[in-house]
Design a protein around this ligand. Structure first.
Ligand code: SAM
Length: 290
């Protein structure tokens, strides 16, 4: 398959799919949490990740009647700031490049990448609903010739070896074996290309996954890896870290604000407690493909 072959999306995951991947596809097909949809409605960029940066208290001030609307807009601004930081670490991206969003969700990061670099962005998700949603959004914004999502397993990406300038996982690496994942990114990336992940990971200095980390795993049906596992899988797969940023402090204001909202999902306490007791960290790792 060539990189320009836009095969139609289908609900069947091509290639090796496990029963676990079927569960994850079902999970994201059914996911319709207001905290994700209402934030995306603010400007049409739909994210399934968390936010970073200080809360703008002035933006929240105003009459009580509009408080929830302002709070939603502020949470969304912090989530888009997170995606902006990821894009900042992709390095030089010429317009003719291919970018790959592995585990693209409803496509918010892909749209932002295309807006910034003007290049083609291909996204992969296990969820047919998410792929349809992302492609519909791309058509509505006339980015469809450049931004495209499809139902594929990111451990078996439909791109030729060395064809991508950069690729990333934005909160999507906790669903797969890291050695398999890094091996596949290393395969599709050109030499000198860039890989970036933003992820929650458990802190080896804490010892083992805390009860909060276990709670987050159960909530999202995922398997959070340790920081050490990320670095080891990269080192074993020709991905050499050039930036490792601990975003834990930077994400706390987002969680504290979110916990005050009517859009709470029940997992806020686990995130706040594990970030504060040091058992869980929010990190960005950018790596060169060598
Ligand atoms: C928490 S969401 C993150 C979505 C998106 N990256 C964002 O920032 O909005 C996790 C995503 O990972 C995807 N995913 C999980 N395992 C996958 C796999 N093996 N192949 C492709 N996508 C996968 C899910 O389908 C979902 O879209």
């Amino acid at each position: 398959m060539t990189t320009t072959d836009f095969t139609p999306d289908t609900a069947v995951i091509p290639g090796p799919a496990t029963p676990y991947q079927d569960d994850i596809a079902r999970y994201w097909d059914q996911e319709a949490r207001p905290v994700n949809l209402r934030l995306g409605d603010v400007d049409g960029l739909y994210h399934h990740h968390y936010g970073i940066g200080d809360v703008d208290r002035d933006a929240l001030a105003g009459p009580a009647s509009g408080h929830e609307r302002r709070l939603v807009a502020e949470l969304h601004r912090l989530e888009s700031a997170q995606a902006d930081l990821l894009l900042d670490h992709l390095g030089h991206v010429p317009r003719e490049s291919l970018l790959v969003d592995a585990g693209c969700g409803r496509g918010g990061s892909m749209m932002m990448a295309h807006q910034r670099f003007g290049c083609r962005v291909e996204g992969l998700t296990l969820s047919a609903k998410q792929a349809e949603f992302a492609n519909r959004r791309a058509e509505e914004t006339e980015a469809a010739a450049f931004v495209h999502a499809r139902v594929r397993n990111m451990l078996d990406m439909p791109f030729e070896t060395g064809s991508a300038r950069a690729s990333w996982n934005n909160e999507s690496s906790m669903y797969v074996d890291l050695d398999d994942l890094m091996g596949e990114h290393a395969r599709i990336l050109e030499v000198g290309g860039r890989y970036v992940t933003i992820t929650g990971c458990w802190n080896p200095a804490y010892g083992q996954p805390s009860k909060w980390v276990s709670q987050i795993n159960a909530h999202f049906e995922c398997n959070i890896h340790s920081r050490r596992e990320y670095l080891r899988a990269m080192a074993d797969n020709r991905l050499v870290p050039r930036a490792i940023i601990d975003l834990t402090e930077a994400t706390l204001p987002y969680w504290e604000l979110r916990a005050t909202s009517a859009l709470v999902t029940g997992i806020e306490e686990a995130f706040l407690s594990s970030y504060k007791d040091g058992s869980f960290q929010y990190v960005l790792i950018a790596a060169d493909r060598v």
